[in-house]
Write a protein that binds this ligand. Structure first.
Ligand SMILES: Cc1cc2nc3c(=O)[nH]c(=O)nc-3n(C[C@H](O)[C@H](O)[C@H](O)COP(=O)(O)OP(=O)(O)OC[C@H]3O[C@@H](n4cnc5c(N)ncnc54)[C@H](O)[C@@H]3O)c2cc1C
Length: 539
């Protein structure tokens, strides 16, 4: 299979044609990976770890001409790469990494030491992109930690493959623990520049992250296909399971959600191809929305398939039935909510971006440690900015008879407009209420982010309808799907807003703290435990 992918030039899909690659746009690259992902999550991850986050992407963005000339043709011919960021003690917070790279006295080489965990493709990769801590710099009397990205070639002495990791799903990947033991790399293998590694990783992930929503949407399409066939074929209690109301709701949600996932993914991919746009928010929202939505779809599909959903494809085939791999789809898709930024980290990332303008305008006013002069400056900024901004958010323009050209979807456009304003106001109100502590009210922020994400998916869905209707004005199917998605999203948004004022967040935190302090240990009585000390019955 890997040879087949090489023959097709798949390892060079994103590499410019002048270096021997296929030079695909972001949209077409995503379409290619989506095609693969619709059938096999593992194969999609091979391609994506290499091209979405592995060496080709940062090389394209930040490589020198000499680096591009050396490595791009290799990849175009089938060399595979990997991205080594995570460490045993460092997952969501890569700034704390411990793998080090120390320069030689003449500055010509760097020596890398330390362990990288869960490096996908790492065990077979010809080239690795390795992030390492390089000597800190002093700036304004303070230590500034430096992280630098290095291109490391396979076979460099000191690289030790410690263990292959196996997972719940995507079992066809080559993922492992790699020990770097005095691995010497030349200075010309630094990507972008000394100290720019973390920024490089984050920028690489901004676009790299778009492959996951494309893969999620494709898997959702596969789920829809299976649900359609099974929903008609399986008859129980006198009717096909797809016609019993709970089955129908699942199938309808699959169709509407799949449409919305594609819309969010390809809208953002188009922004990348167009160039000049800051797509951080859109990419993070597309990733968050699609990975969660597709997980729900697979869960619903498993329910619709009943016992057959839980049975493996090979077992089904052995019994002479169609081998729909729903069980594998479920195992494969769960990881999408963890890799390339977990759900929780996407919430934080999006919330911080949304708060950025407020923090730069008024943040210091709320900071008890800020000197009086700085506070006064923030106060002046706020006086100049907020009155106009805040009044604008109350203007009832979302009710004006606008968006007539959207026809039946105009009402959703008006809802998006007025709800965006309400979201802006709510964020501002929460900022006033909690001040700098809002950062720690992650459940509140999470709800606000989910509202923004739903609004984003609604607007991209409607935009997709307009494009499709231009191509085929008679087909009203896209409009029906977008309308259903928008109506469902509005219900979810309603409950998120309600949850901002009325929730159990504080009680949850209190109970969780007590669980962590062992106060509810009695609840664990009567189970068999194995905490590495041998089996015991908890008493
Ligand atoms: C199959 C697989 C493939 C992978 N491939 C690669 C790869 O190719 N290269 C690579 O470098 N890495 C790779 N990873 C690592 C992956 O990116 C990390 O698993 C991911 O970043 C999360 O880190 P963690 O697992 O250490 O979780 P942790 O960071 O330990 O987080 C545990 C939980 O706590 C939550 N959490 C953490 N911090 C916060 C916070 N501040 N606020 C709220 N909640 C928080 C998280 O959301 C999560 O739910 C891979 C992992 C797997 C399982």
């Amino acid at each position: 299979m890997i040879d087949g992918l090489t023959k097709l030039g798949c390892w060079g899909m994103k590499i410019p044609q002048e270096y021997g690659g296929l030079g695909l746009s972001q949209i077409n690259y995503n379409r290619a990976v989506a095609l693969v992902a619709s059938y096999c999550g593992s194969t999609a991850v091979w391609l994506s770890a290499h091209q979405s986050i592995g060496v080709p992407q940062p090389l394209k963005l930040f490589g020198t001409e000499a680096q591009k000339k050396k490595y791009f043709p290799m990849f175009a011919k089938g060399a595979v790469s990997a991205f080594a960021l995570t460490e045993p003690g460092v997952g969501s917070d890569p700034a704390q990494m411990t793998v080090t790279a120390v320069p030689s006295a003449d500055g010509k080489n760097w020596t890398i030491n330390g362990i990288k965990l869960w490096c996908t493709n790492g065990l077979v990769a010809d080239v690795l992109c390795v992030m390492a801590r390089t000597p800190s710099k002093m700036m304004n009397g303070r230590e500034k930690k430096q992280i630098t990205a290095f291109i490391v070639e396979k076979g460099t002495p000191g690289i030790e493959y410690v263990s292959r990791c196996d997972f719940m799903g995507i079992r066809g990947i080559q993922n492992g623990v790699i020990n770097f033991n005095n691995v010497v790399v030349p200075s010309e293998n630094i990507l972008w520049g000394e100290g720019l590694g973390l920024k490089l990783a984050l920028i690489t992930l901004n676009t790299g992250r778009l492959t996951l929503p494309a893969a999620s949407a494709a898997m959702s399409k596969q789920a829809l296909h299976i649900a359609k066939l099974w929903g008609k074929e399986r008859v129980q209690w006198g009717a096909p399971v797809g016609k019993h109301e709970p089955g129908a709701v699942k199938i309808a949600n699959m169709a509407a959600s799949t449409f919305a996932q594609e819309a969010a993914t390809y809208y953002t991919s188009a922004l990348v191809d167009q160039g000049g746009s800051d797509i951080r928010m859109e990419a993070a929202m597309a990733k968050l929305f699609c990975s969660v939505a597709s997980w729900k779809i697979v869960d619903d599909l498993m329910q619709l398939r009943g016992g057959r959903g839980y049975e493996t494809a090979s077992s089904l085939r052995r019994r002479g039935e169609k081998g729909y791999a729903v069980e594998r789809m479920m195992r494969d898709s769960r990881i999408n909510r963890i890799i390339e930024g977990t759900d929780e980290i996407q919430h934080l990332f999006i919330a911080r971006e949304a708060l950025d303008k407020h923090m730069s305008t008024a943040g210091e006013m709320l900071n008890p440690k800020a000197p009086v002069g700085v506070k006064l400056k923030a106060l002046l900024n706020s006086i100049l900015f907020y009155p106009f901004w805040y009044i604008r958010l109350w203007l009832p323009t979302g009710f004006w008879p606008r968006y007539g050209s959207y026809g039946s979807l105009g009402k959703h456009m008006r809802y998006i407009e007025r709800t965006s304003r309400r979201l802006g106001r709510s964020l501002f109100h929460q900022m006033i209420k909690f001040g700098p502590k809002l950062d720690r009210r992650q459940m509140i922020l999470g709800r606000l982010v989910e509202i923004g994400t739903e609004l984003f998916a609604m607007s991209t869905s409607i935009a997709k309808v307009i494009v499709l209707e231009k191509q085929n004005p008679k087909d009203k199917g896209p409009r029906e799907l977008a309308d259903l998605f928008c109506r469902q999203a509005r219900l979810r948004i309603h409950s998120y807003f309600a949850g901002i004022g009325c929730n159990t967040d504080k009680a949850d935190s209190r109970v969780a703290a007590k669980v962590l302090e062992n106060e509810f240990e009695w609840l664990e009585k009567g189970i068999i435990i194995d905490d590495g000390l041998g089996f015991q019955v908890k008493k």
